[in-house]
Design a protein around this ligand. Sequence first.
Ligand SMILES: C[S@@+](CC[C@H](N)C(=O)[O-])C[C@H]1O[C@@H](n2cnc3c(N)ncnc32)[C@H](O)[C@@H]1O
Length: 458
Amino acid sequence: MPSETPAPRRVKSKYQPTPVIGFAARKAATDILGRVIRGGRPLDLEIDPESGHPSMRAMIVKDRALVRALLGTALRRRGQIAMVLEELLERPIPEKTGRIDDILHIAVAQILFMDVPDHAAVTIAVSITEQDRRGRPYKGLVNGVLRRIAREKDDLLRRFDRPELAAPSWLFDSWTAAYGPEEAHAIAAMHLLEPNLDLSVKSDPQGWADKLGGFVVGKHTVRLTAHSGRIEKLEGFGNGEWWVQDVAASLPARLLGDISGKRVGDLCAAPGGKTCQLAAFGAHVTAIDISASRLKRVSQNLGRLGLEASVVAADLRYFTPDEPYDAILLDAPCSATGTIRRHPDVAWSKTPVDIEVLAAIQADMLDRAFTWLKPGGTMVFCTCSMEPQEGERQIADFLARTPAALRIPIAIEEVGGIEGIVTADGDLRTLPNRLPREPREAGGMDAFFAARIRRVDG
Ligand SMILES: C[S@@+](CC[C@H](N)C(=O)[O-])C[C@H]1O[C@@H](n2cnc3c(N)ncnc32)[C@H](O)[C@@H]1O
């Protein structure tokens, strides 16, 4: 009787490259870099494990961490990497092979700035090139230039490891103009360091610092320098004892003083770090933001922390409150150049035109919001930007055109006693280098501007 088992069919085998360890993470980092640089997608959105790039969603935790490290380094060092490539490539890579540029940037980041064996970085970059239809002809070039960079690493680092090269020149020049060359260099040097994890605690900062193995900065913030795991696993997260917020970002809400029982408008509120502060200070907060999806995070944070606020999705350009506020916090949309340490893509995604456009929106919001204050009420205007157009100059112009607005100078005790962050005019100006500590990695903060204004008419 013939066997019922069919004879195995001979299938023509397709070439399957041997899986290389770390290939998927480098490939994902390369794809994401292209989407961030040429597609203008925010890095945070792309690397989100739940809603980000499809390859991030499919990856194991360890690979995701590698993708984040690769992108963080490639973006922090982007200017230096570009200069190295410009020097070593005989001609610029043609625009239409966009991926080759991304492949090279991710590989050079590893060779020059990460603790990765050079051969792994080179081999995987060549494999990614090989799999790319348009990039394939450049395989030899990728191999050659990366091997040369690996061979000449020490010399290249000596010549190009200059922090000021890591930001686009228009941005570095703007910091030089605003703060002088020395401080601009110090700012750029801070951008090369990984930021720490800062927590705003509901109470007992020292107690929480002891429990979590951190230390207190600026009187109210607990800083953890060596944290790399999931924050949800840290003690106190589940029962809502703290939330993540850079020490500088925690200062503007404090400038409203005693707001317990007062009606406070938190304008441009999402994702809600400052809403939580205002609610924790006992205010009746209305948190308004244009983004309904970002407002969900405000509600989640409030719920976890056991705090209350009314949350309103609205475009401030067309909104009018039912009745005026005792106090307003306007955390206006801005270029976010003050957060480059945490979001290194910002340095490469923003342009001088963006700053002008955002400054105009801020001016409009300032004018509108000011009319929503009760006479005698106080407004704090803030931005996480280092650009004077979005800070010092913005508020000077507002005061000049608004006779009923009076600046109320800030005292150093109100901003955690941190030295050097109150301007001669009495505004708050933090910069990444203005919270120095030993070791250097334990210092730093986001750049914020804040001014406190009182309505003095009526
Ligand atoms: C700097 S973020 C606010 C950060 C927030 N205050 C916090 O502490 O977590 C700026 C916010 O402005 C919002 N926004 C931008 N344009 C707006 C508009 N026209 N009306 C209302 N909100 C706007 C953005 O959605 C964004 O959430």
